[in-house]
Ligand binder design. Structure first.
Ligand SMILES: NC(=O)c1ccc[n+]([C@@H]2O[C@H](COP(=O)([O-])OP(=O)(O)OC[C@H]3O[C@@H](n4cnc5c(N)ncnc54)[C@H](O)[C@@H]3O)[C@@H](O)[C@H]2O)c1
Length: 392
């Protein structure tokens, strides 16, 4: 009988997973992305979803009912009440709250001895990231950050190419991306208000673009940043999707950035030229390029946060004095974008069970966060800022 690739993945995973003890999981924040977490957990044979919490009364209950998931305790007024409930015997939580509520529930969970899968961006500020990492260190528990594109085969290939040495010494990187009109307000204002989001396009999708290239070149220490951010579209009551949805008042609520750019110096004589957009008068702010002494790599402008929407990469080099170019074959991801999410969840569960390192460790993402933080700081000051690497 012919099997689809999805069937193959499920069968392969099932035979590998030890189901003798179920991992007891809770979900903190039952908004948009919690659905992807829930659906992925439901596919894991060694997971029992035991609890959920949302600060909006009744939201968690409605969430589990909508997805037909029964026997989940969810009558909690906050993440604290849920984590304080010892009858749950929680092993792990997904923190799916808006950005300004990433640090607090994560720290609380770690202090309670619970493993955490925290959605991206890591936090809003560098100070929060450091506090979270201190709690992580004290707890000895797994804390992984929710960057599912890390599991995209093409993303892995970018890193493999750079790490193979074929580019020689990489000295210049240009990255970024974004949308022509794509301020995320289809489900309300949690992504655009200062009190809930804290950071706009810069953190929301900028963190992914930075991770794509920083992970490839080995996350060198960031040194200085000259940053810029603006909010010309978000604060305009005539912005089309505000008008179309009948919410011109969103313009007044808009308290974050919708565009950011920066010039970042990294340890080892590397510079990174970066820009990111939720809204702009341009189709794309350009391809991602990595320039090295022996070769160059062009990654076509991509919504890298979706992983699977990668275009074909080109490798540039010189052979026997001749300039050469080669297309890097695109690799099909088994199961597409949805499966990247499953792989992110699975990698978290496997780290818990095997006592291995967090799949997307805070030690790396701290540098990502320090850069985001420095871009915001530099933009506000109107001058270049230095990055001090904090001790955790
Ligand atoms: N990995 C991805 O592909 C991806 C995609 C979308 C969003 N995200 C990230 O996920 C996070 C959430 O996004 P969303 O679209 O689900 O937002 P959302 O606003 O739809 O949902 C967040 C929910 O968290 C709840 N909440 C806030 N603080 C809480 C607390 N202390 N305890 C319990 N509940 C609390 C809110 O009431 C809300 O229901 C964001 O940080 C976002 O960047 C990741």
């Amino acid at each position: 009988m012919t099997k689809s690739l999805d069937d193959f993945i499920t069968i392969e995973e099932e035979t590998k997973v030890d189901t003798t003890r179920k991992i007891r999981v809770g979900i903190i924040g039952t908004g948009g992305i919690a659905k992807a977490h829930l659906l992925s957990y439901l596919q894991q044979p060694d997971v029992e979803i035991v609890a959920g919490a949302d600060i909006i009364s009744g939201k968690a209950k409605a969430f589990f009912e909508e997805h037909g998931v029964e026997n989940v305790k969810c009558d909690y007024a906050s993440h604290k009440e849920m984590l304080d409930d010892e009858s749950l015997h929680l092993d792990a939580v997904s923190v799916c709250t808006y950005n300004c509520q990433h640090a607090e529930p994560t720290i609380y969970a770690l202090k309670k001895g619970v493993h955490v899968l925290l959605e991206k961006p890591f936090t809003v500020t560098a100070e929060e990231a450091v506090e979270v990492m201190r709690a992580e260190k004290q707890s000895g528990k797994i804390l992984t950050i929710g960057f599912q594109p890390r599991f995209d085969e093409n993303m892995k290939k970018v890193r493999e190419i750079v790490q193979s040495g074929v580019l020689g010494k990489v000295y210049y990187v240009q990255t970024g991306g974004g949308r022509r009109r794509g301020i995320p307000v289809s489900k309300g204002t949690t992504f655009i208000e200062k009190e809930t989001a804290g950071i706009g396009a810069l953190g929301d999708i900028g963190c992914y673009s930075l991770d794509m290239v920083l992970n490839a070149i080995g996350y060198p220490k960031p040194l200085t940043v000259s940053g810029y951010k603006s909010a010309y579209f978000g604060t305009d009551p005539h912005y089309k999707s505000y008008v179309k949805s009948g919410h011109p008042e969103y313009a007044e609520k808009f308290g974050v950035d919708d565009f950011a750019a920066a010039f970042i110096r990294l340890e080892g004589d590397v510079v990174l030229d970066f820009r990111i957009s939720w809204a702009m008068n341009m189709d794309t702010p350009g391809d991602t390029i990595l320039l090295g002494t022996k070769g160059g790599l062009r990654i076509p402008s991509t919504e890298c946060w979706n992983g699977a929407s990668f275009g074909q990469m080109t490798l540039y080099g010189e052979v026997c004095g001749e300039q050469m170019e080669a297309k890097v074959p695109l690799i099909e991801n088994k199961g597409g974008f949805g499966n990247l999410f499953n792989l992110k969840i699975r990698s978290f569960l496997d780290a818990i069970k095997n006592g291995t390192e967090a799949p997307v460790p805070t030690s790396q993402i701290l540098y990502n966060q320090l850069i985001l933080d420095a871009i915001a700081r530099s933009a506000e000051l109107g001058e270049e800022v230095k990055i001090e690497i904090p001790t955790v």
